[in-house]
Design a binder for this molecule. Structure first.
Ligand code: ZN
Length: 232
């Protein structure tokens, strides 16, 4: 009987998913990754995720041996239908509902369906994602309640029990840094600082103490605040 614990992680290359990657490699025997390409400013994220994967694997050989295939799913249709500043060249603002204009409605729901389909093909039933409720940055599709309902639908729809692990769900951004430090010490912190990408504008021109970014979009603000709290 094969008791290898396998997982597929939704890996964007941002701070949260880099931390989740380390968590997955610590807690599972074998980990594959999936990234979604939807033709927007985050093309830079697609480059960064490769660098994070390579550097985590080489800095932590015990994790590197557990790392399996990386899958890229092309979701350019998502970019085409999104009337938001994530895919359009307009200013990132907060709307009346308190959602950033980068919000792509139901994006995580779409990602999860595709991740589950990839997992099915790979004989994997555990998904891992960096969704986070505590440091709520405006995404109702990251809420535990939403995700539980969707995992139930996926399990029913594929006639197989799928689980979604969200190690960051109730952590603040400072808490996510703490978790990264616990998992991989300063070596992992350095990789996340240097190589992960969270900025909505896809800017890596300036190195702040919390990493690279534009320094004034909601994602950079959140990352800067989390780092300030963690390093205080
Ligand atoms: Zn930014």
């Amino acid at each position: 009987m094969n008791m290898t614990r396998k997982a597929l992680i939704l890996f964007s290359g941002g701070q949260d998913s880099a931390t989740c990657l380390a968590w997955a490699l610590e807690n599972y025997d074998y980990v594959e990754t999936v990234g979604f390409n939807y033709e927007q400013r985050h093309a830079i994220e697609m480059q960064c995720r490769k660098v994070v994967l390579e550097n985590v694997a080489s800095a932590f050989p015990k994790w590197g041996t557990k790392l399996g295939e990386d899958h890229i799913v092309d979701l350019s249709a998502l970019g085409a239908i999104s009337e938001t500043s994530l895919t359009r060249d307009v200013e990132i603002t907060m709307d009346d509902e308190g959602l950033p204009s980068t919000f792509v409605p139901g994006r995580n729901l779409i990602f999860l369906n595709f991740a589950a389909a990839v997992a099915y093909r790979r004989g994997i039933t555990s998904l891992i994602g960096g969704m986070c409720e505590a440091d709520f940055s405006g995404y109702p599709d990251c809420r535990k309640e939403t995700l539980d309902a969707q995992m139930q639908a996926i399990s029913l729809g594929m006639d197989k029990a799928y689980v979604l692990e969200t190690p960051l769900m109730y952590l603040s951004k400072a808490g996510a840094w703490d978790l990264a430090e616990t998992l991989g010490g300063q070596k992992l912190i350095n990789i996340i600082l240097e190589d992960s990408h969270s900025c909505y504008k896809g800017t890596r021109g300036k190195r702040f103490d919390w990493g690279y970014g534009c320094g004034d979009c909601p994602a950079c603000d959140l990352r800067a605040a989390g780092w300030a709290e963690y390093s205080a």
